[in-house]
Structure formats: C-alpha cells, structure tokens
Design a protein around this ligand. Structure first.
Ligand SMILES: *Cc1c(COP(=O)(O)O)cnc(C)c1O
Length: 405
C-alpha cells in the first residue's frame, strides 16, 4: 500500500507511512491506495464473519475486523476501544414522518465516545503511534476533540485540540477534559481553528484532522460493517449529514473498494444533507459549479456541521456522482423537528444527525425518491452530545404552550 494524490491528473505517490498532510506537488488531498486482498470476496466475507467468534481485540473492533482492506500494523500497535459494532435500528415513527416504507438507522453515536469519529481515530492514532508521535492534534467542532482525547489517552500520548471558543457543546468539552486533552480555544469558527492548527503543523505534532488519510480508512469501514449487516445487499439510498465531508469521502472510497473487490455489485445512492446556514456543498451541487465556494460565516444549531469550508469536498463529490446520489440542505427548524421525531422513536441523536431524516422527508415531499425505497440513514452522534439543545427546545415548547393556554 502507498499514499497517492487524489487528483488523477497529478497522482503523485508517497510511501504509506508519510506524515504529509497534502500532496507535496499539487497540495491536493492524499489517500491510501489499497492493494487487492489475497482472498476472494467469498473468502473475505467468511473470514470477517468468523471473527465475530474471536476474542482478539482486533477482531472485536468493528474497524480492525476488516483489516484486509486497511493498512497493516502489528497487533500490539493497534489502539482500540472496541469501536464499531453499531446496530441497525428500524425506524417506525420516523418512517411515517419521512413517508418511506423501509427506514433503518445505523447509529454511529453508539461508539465509545458517542460519535463516528472513533472509527477514524482508531486507525489515525495507530498510525501516529507507528510513526513515533508524542503529541497529536486536531481542530474540532467538539466530537473529534473528544475522540482524539480518548484515543490519545489509550495510546499514552499528548492530545491537543483546537476548538472555536464558545461554540462547542459543553458535553463534548467535558469529554475532552475528562480524557486529559490540552485545550486551545481559538476565536472564530471551526475553519479558523483549523487554520491556526495548520500553521503549526510542522512543530513535531502529528496531525489528526479529517483530511488525514488514515482517519478516512477507519471511517470507510462503516460501510463494510453496514453491508455485512445487510448480507452484502445495498439499500436503495444511504443518507448522511455533511459538514467537513470526511465521512462522505470515506463512504465514497468504501463503495469504490467494495465494488472493485466484488464484495457488492451495486452501491446505494449516497445523499448528503447539509444545514442551510452551512451549505457550500449543497450550493455547489445545485449550481452545477465545478468547484466549491466556501460559506464565510457558517451558522446552524447543528454545531457538528457548522463548517463553511469543507476540506474533503472533492472526494465527496466523486462518490455522490458515482452512486447517482445528490446533495441538499435543510433548515434548522427542519433539523429540530426531525430530531424530536427520532427521539420519539426511542433512538435519539445530536442535532447534526437529524439532518438525515429532515433531508429524507424533503426528498419524499418533492417526490424525488419513491415511498417504496429502502433507506439507511446514518446517525452520527449520541443524544447526550448536546443536552443543552434539548433542554432549551423543550423550554421553548413549554413556554409557547403556556402562552397559548
Ligand atoms: C463530525 C460530525 C459530522 C460531520 O461529518 P463530516 O465528516 O465532517 O461531514 C456530523 N455529525 C456529527 C455528530 C459529527 O460529529
């Protein structure tokens, strides 16, 4: 395996274990070029299924179980908290709300630190350890910070997180503190926090933001696990929220590999949903523009997707197009309403995750997808990730009801 520039016109390659954040020639995104596995598709499926009976920490992890398609490490190097293994939960009230007959949620919020960032962090932190890093860092809207902090603690290295001051849910901040991370607050938005960090990237710090190609490797296993759970039969649609577009990029790569290695013969149409106040990718899609124009001041209640300049848009757009999917946006009011319905299904999620259900409903209302479609929606964060949001919205409801009575 090696690293390769994502831009096919450049295609510069680097050795796999290189800490470069971008292509040294064109400054494009890098990705891990996965070698074809030795096993056939049928043998891989059997091997991965058999690991569910194993007690090996790598087999128990829902990420490392699929290690034939990941960079290779010694078993003792792997930094894991038993991530992955998240269930598919059928929606009832939510299916009615969206008006689809077959709706299931894959709840990535049921990971060790309560969001999907753990799936990428286990691989990113393992690579950091392999590279001999003593300090790892990221910029974050909160969840990446919590995840980095936990995995850094497991690995025995210093975790340092750059957060936009006053814009991070206290629950997420509390996690980062509990896991012992060093916290640097930056005035401005997530994008400013990321730029502050990038300016320091050569200070002997290993950089674990979502453009880190090893994090993408971990996150792509979400789709391996999902298809495994569905007996390798893709649903018609896969819906996920889009912020920095790391997950959209990772899922795109997963579909490419699953198709290339004949593990599936059809990928789901990938639908990315953004918040209307932080929607550069949706704007680009609607206008048909060839490049993304950042939103200067992103604004949404869904803080995990409050990002104006998503770094991984080139990787994400390739997957949306290749699968015949699309990109749309939903308002904060639509997100808040959808979140409450997910709660009433006994599932719960953080606001950003609810953009999926809101987006699905919108596409049903416009008739762009049929009621008979099978849909899997990705819930990205746990209901306890943003408790202030819940308390405040119930307070508002109670006050509104009081005023009417
Ligand atoms: C990080 C995050 C997102 C956004 O994912 P991207 O990969 O940045 O698009 C959405 N929801 C939650 C809960 C997150 O933590």
């Amino acid at each position: 395996m090696q690293l390769r520039c994502f831009d096919p016109d450049c295609a510069t390659t680097l050795p796999l274990h290189d800490a470069a954040l971008e292509c040294p020639r064109c400054h494009g995104l890098l990705e891990v070029e996965v070698d074809a596995p030795k096993q056939s598709a049928a043998e891989l499926k059997e091997l991965w299924a058999s690991r569910r009976r194993s007690r090996d920490a790598r087999d128990i992890s829902g990420v490392w179980r699929y290690r034939e398609l990941l960079p290779a490490y010694d078993a003792k190097e792997v930094v894991t908290l038993g991530e992955g293994n998240t269930p598919l939960v059928r929606g009832h009230r939510t299916a009615e709300y969206a008006d689809v007959s077959d709706l299931q949620f894959k709840h990535l919020g049921w990971n060790p630190t309560g969001c999907f960032k753990d799936l990428g962090m286990t691989v990113g932190m393992t690579e950091a350890v392999h590279m001999g890093a003593k300090v790892v860092a990221c910029a974050s809207t909160g969840n990446t910070a919590a995840s980095l902090a936990a995995y850094a603690a497991r690995a025995g290295v210093t975790g340092r997180v750059y957060l936009p001051a006053g814009q991070v849910s206290l629950n997420k901040l509390a996690q980062a503190l509990d896991f012992g991370a060093e916290i640097v607050e930056v005035d401005g938005s997530f994008d400013d926090a990321l730029n502050t960090l990038l300016a320091k990237a050569n200070d002997g710090i290993y950089f674990l933001n979502s453009i880190n190609p090893f994090r993408v490797e971990g996150q792509k296993t979400t789709m391996f696990e999902l298809l495994d759970q569905l007996n390798w039969q893709a649903p018609d649609y896969l819906v996920l929220p889009g912020g920095n577009l790391g997950n959209s990029a990772a899922f795109s790569k997963a579909f490419e590999e699953l198709l290339r290695f004949r593990l599936i013969d059809r990928a789901p149409k990938m639908i990315v949903v953004q918040a209307a106040g932080a929607n550069p990718f949706a704007q680009m899609w609607r206008s048909g523009a060839a490049t993304l124009t950042p939103v200067a001041e992103p604004e949404t209640i869904a803080t995990a997707i409050r990002i104006g300049n998503p770094r991984s848009w080139q990787k994400a757009i390739r997957g949306v197009k290749a699968t015949g999917g699309q990109v749309l946006d939903v308002t904060d009011a639509e997100i808040g309403e959808a979140k409450a319905v997910i709660g009433r299904d006994g599932i719960g999620c953080e606001p950003a995750s609810a953009a999926t259900l809101a987006g699905l409903r919108k596409l049903r209302t416009s008739g762009e997808i049929p009621a008979s479609a099978s849909v899997v929606a990705i819930l990205t964060g746990h209901v306890l990730k943003d408790t202030n949001f819940i308390i405040q919205s119930h307070k508002k409801h109670a006050e509104a009801n009081h005023a009417h009575s």
